[in-house]
Design a protein around this ligand. Structure first.
Ligand SMILES: [Zn+2]
Length: 102
């Protein structure tokens, strides 16, 4: 479970583009999978929403409509995450997110 500040900090470091996802994960003491899902826009949005309004009456674990595969899943969607992980490894072996910014 991530604090919102952690999510925002990861987001900020990702946007700065100076550290690799691996470095960011090490720096903040989180797993690479977490940094990766934030890089893909998932964790960040989800975290922001749940902090504002959903957390009161919704239990911590709620099924969401996955934007990747369209199924109702517990986020982050493991299926999409595994798929993305595989894709990323094929496309960019070093995991550099630079092209996203340009
Ligand atoms: Zn999915």
């Amino acid at each position: 479970m991530l604090a919102l500040e952690q999510v925002l900090e990861i987001r900020r470091l990702l946007d700065a583009g100076q550290l690799s996802q691996r470095r960011i994960a090490l720096k903040l003491g989180v797993s690479r999978g977490v940094v990766n899902s934030i890089a893909n826009g998932r964790r960040g949005l989800h975290g922001r929403e749940s902090c504002v309004s959903y957390s009161r009456d919704a239990p911590e674990v709620v099924a969401h409509r996955c934007r990747g595969c369209g199924a109702m899943v517990y986020m982050p969607c493991l299926l999409c995450r595994a798929r993305q992980y595989r894709l990323r490894r094929e496309e960019q072996p070093l995991g550099s997110p630079k092209s996203r910014v340009a």
